[in-house]
Design a protein around this ligand. Structure first.
Ligand SMILES: Cc1cc2nc3c(=O)[nH]c(=O)nc-3n(C[C@H](O)[C@H](O)[C@H](O)COP(=O)(O)OP(=O)(O)OC[C@H]3O[C@@H](n4cnc5c(N)ncnc54)[C@H](O)[C@@H]3O)c2cc1C
Length: 543
C-alpha cells in the first residue's frame, strides 16, 4: 500500500497518510463497529478527490479493489463512515462557506464545514439550517447530507433532503458532476452525453420508468426516513429529474459530495418553549396528538427512566427543573413563529391543552429560561457518554421511527423489550415524529452481551417494521441496519436499490459494505470489543 500512497501523494495537493496510529484513529466512528482503512487522504480540493476516484477505478478495471469512503467527523452511529481502503477526510481543508445569498437565503458550502460553524454564521444573518442534528458541534454538512440528518426542528421543517438544492459530486470514475432538478428537455440532453454521467442518467431513467408503479407504491408512512435510497424523489410526474435526493442519504455509496447548495430558513431567536410533565403514557400521547395540530417547531420527549438515571449519576443537573417523584414523561413543545401574535396564540392553545392533561407545566419566553428547560431534553447526552463499569450505552437500536399514531404502541414495545432482557431503560427523542432514541448498556467484551446485541436488534427492528415504521429516522442504514433493508422495503424494492448501486458504482468502489448487499454475517466480525467515541475529538492532518 505504501507505493499506492506514494503515487497518490505525488498527484494530489492534499496529504496522504498511512501511519499505524492514523489508520487506527479512523478505524472507528460513532458506531459499534471497527474497520481499519489502509490510506488516509486529506483532500484540498475536488480535483484531489477526482484523482483518487479515477485511480481506484483504473485499478478496478485491472481487477484490483481499492474502496473509497468519504468521512466528515465520524460521528455516524451506523458504521457508515468506516472503510477498508482509502478514507477521504473532509474537515481538515474542505470546510469553507463559499457563498451566502441573503436575499434568497441560499448558502453554498464545502462538505467538510462543521455544521455548528455554518449555523452560527447563518444566525448572524437571521437565517438557519433547520435539520441540524444534536451532534451539530461535532459533525459536518457533508455527513448531514449523506445521512439525511434530522433533529429537534424536523417536526416542522423536515430533514436535510428537503434543504439540499444542488450538489457537486465526484462519481465513481472521477467525473465531477453538479446535480440539480432538470426539466424533461435538460434530462434528455444529459442522457445524450457519452460520459459516465450520461450512462448514469440513461440507466437510472430507464430503471425508474420500468418500475414506476413499484416506486410510487413504496409506502413507509412516517414523517421522516433515512433508510434506503430515495428513488421515489428522483423523477416527477412532469418528467423533471434530479439526482440530488438520491445522493442525499446515500452515505458515500453513490458518489462523494464536495460542495452543496442549501436552502436556509429565517431564524427566530425568540421562540416560546413549554415543558410539561405527564403521569402516564396515555396522557402524554394525547398531548402529542393535540399539540401537533398547532404546528410546533419542536415536540420532544424524555421518560422517567432517563430522569432517574440523571438523578442517580449527576444529582445536580436537573435541580429546580423537574419535581420528584419524576413524572412518567416530559414533553417539550416549542413555537417559533416569526409573527409574535401567531406564536402567542399557538402557545396559549398549547397551555389550554396542557391544563387538562399535564401534571404541571411551565412556559419559557426568555433565553435563560428556555436554555434551562432544554437542559431536560439535552440531558440524554449523559446516557450516551456514560460508562457503567465496562458497560457502555450502545447505539444499536437508537433510531427507529413509526407512524405518528403508533407512538404509544412503540413506547410500550420498547419497554417490553428492555424488560425482557433485563436492561436499564431510558428513552428520549422526537415525539412529534415518533422517532425515539435509546441505547442499552452492554459490555462488548463479554460473549453473552455480544450475542445479545444481534438478538435485541432483530427483535427491535422487527417490531418497528411491524408497526409500519422505518428502521432509521435520521441516522441511516450504514452497516448496522443495512441487513434489515430488504425486510423493510420488500425484496422487489430492495432489488431496485441494488440496481441503483450498480448503476452508480459498477465496480463496488464507493463505500462497499454499507447500505446494500450487506448481511449480518458480514457485520458481526466488525463488532468492536470495547465501545467509545474517542475519535470525536479534533483531528488535523499530520504530515
Ligand atoms: C451523540 C450523537 C448524537 C447524534 N444525533 C443525531 C441527530 O440528532 N440527528 C441525526 O441525524 N444524526 C445524529 N447523529 C448521527 C451523526 O452525528 C449525524 O448523522 C451527522 O450528520 C454525521 O456527520 P459527520 O460529519 O460526523 O459524518 P460522518 O460520520 O463522517 O459520515 C456520515 C456518513 O456520511 C458519509 N459522508 C461524509 N462526508 C461525505 C461526503 N463529503 N460525501 C459523501 N458522503 C459523505 C460517510 O461516508 C458516512 O456514510 C448523532 C451522533 C452522535 C454520536
Amino acid at each position: 500500500m505504501e507505493k499506492v500512497a506514494q503515487y497518490l501523494q505525488e498527484h494530489i495537493a492534499g496529504e496522504v497518510i498511512t501511519s499505524k496510529d492514523a489508520r487506527k484513529y479512523f478505524s472507528t466512528d460513532g458506531s459499534v463497529f471497527e474497520l481499519e482503512p489502509q490510506i488516509i487522504v486529506y483532500p484540498r480540493n475536488s480535483s484531489d478527490i477526482r484523482k483518487v476516484a479515477r485511480f481506484s477505478w483504473q485499478l478496478a478495471e485491472r481487477g484490483k479493489h481499492l474502496p473509497i469512503t468519504a468521512r466528515g467527523r465520524g460521528s455516524d452511529q451506523s458504521g457508515g463512515s468506516l472503510g477498508s481502503g482509502v478514507m477521504v477526510v473532509f474537515p481538515a481543508h474542505m470546510n469553507k462557506l463559499l457563498e451566502l445569498d441573503t436575499g434568497k437565503g441560499v448558502v453554498t458550502v464545502q462538505a467538510g464545514a462543521l455544521f455548528s460553524d455554518l449555523q452560527n454564521t447563518l444566525h448572524t444573518h437571521g437565517r438557519f439550517l433547520p435539520p441540524y442534528p444534536s451532534s451539530i458541534d461535532f459533525s459536518t454538512i457533508g455527513g448531514a447530507i449523506a445521512n439525511n440528518a434530522g433533529g429537534e426542528k424536523t417536526v416542522k421543517y423536515g430533514q436535510t433532503r428537503k434543504f439540499t438544492k444542488e450538489l457537486d459530486v465526484v462519481l465513481a470514475n472521477g467525473e465531477l458532476v453538479r446535480t440539480v432538478r432538470l426539466s424533461k428537455r435538460e434530462l434528455n440532453r444529459k442522457k445524450g452525453l457519452t460520459s459516465f454521467e450520461g450512462e448514469v442518467y440513461r440507466q437510472l431513467d430507464n430503471l425508474i420508468t420500468d418500475n414506476w408503479e413499484l416506486i410510487q407504491n413504496i409506502s413507509i408512512n412516517t414523517t421522516k426516513n433515512s433508510a434506503g435510497y430515495a428513488l421515489w424523489e428522483v423523477k416527477r410526474k412532469d418528467g423533471s429529474f434530479d439526482l440530488t435526493p438520491l445522493i442525499v442519504g446515500s452515505q458515500s455509496t453513490l458518489g462523494v459530495i464536495t460542495e452543496a447548495v442549501l436552502q436556509t430558513e429565517s431564524y427566530n431567536p425568540n421562540p416560546t418553549l413549554i415543558s410539561a410533565s405527564f403521569e402516564n403514557i396515555d396522557l402524554a400521547n394525547q398531548a402529542v396528538e393535540e399539540i401537533l395540530k398547532l404546528g410546533p417547531s419542536a415536540l420532544e420527549i424524555v421518560d422517567k427512566y432517563l430522569l432517574d438515571f440523571i438523578k442517580q449519576n449527576n444529582p445536580n443537573q436537573l435541580v429546580g427543573l423537574v419535581e420528584e417523584p419524576h413524572p412518567a414523561f416530559i414533553l417539550l413543545a416549542e413555537f417559533d413563529d416569526v409573527s409574535d401574535r401567531k406564536q402567542k396564540r399557538r402557545s396559549k392553545r398549547a397551555v389550554k391543552i396542557l391544563k387538562n392533561l399535564a401534571r404541571d407545566f411551565s412556559v419559557a419566553t426568555d433565553e435563560h429560561e428556555r436554555d434551562m428547560l432544554w437542559k431536560i431534553r439535552h440531558s440524554a447526552a449523559a446516557v450516551i457518554w456514560h460508562s457503567n463499569g465496562s458497560k457502555k450505552a450502545l447505539p444499536i437500536i437508537e433510531d427507529g421511527v413509526v407512524p405518528r399514531e403508533r407512538l404509544r404502541e412503540y413506547i410500550s414495545g420498547i419497554y417490553d423489550l428492555f424488560n425482557k432482557y433485563n436492561l436499564q431503560i431510558a428513552l428520549w427523542g422526537h415525539a412529534g415524529d415518533a422517532n425515539l432514541h435509546m441505547q442499552p448498556f452492554l459490555d462488548l467484551s463479554k460473549v453473552g452481551d455480544r450475542q445479545l446485541v444481534f438478538k435485541i436488534m432483530d427483535e427491535y427492528y422487527q417490531m418497528v417494521i411491524s408497526l409500519g415504521g422505518s428502521t432509521s429516522g435520521e441516522h441511516n442504514d450504514g452497516r448496522l441496519r443495512a441487513p434489515y433493508l430488504a425486510q423493510l422495503y420488500g425484496n422487489d424494492v430492495y432489488e431496485l436499490f441494488k440496481k441503483v448501486k450498480k448503476i452508480f458504482d459498477p465496480y463496488n468502489i464507493l463505500n462497499p459494505g454499507v447500505k446494500v448487499n450487506v448481511t449480518q454475517k458480514d457485520v458481526a466480525p466488525l463488532l468492536r470489543k470495547e465501545y467509545s467515541m474517542e475519535h470525536l475529538s479534533d483531528h488535523l492532518p499530520r504530515t
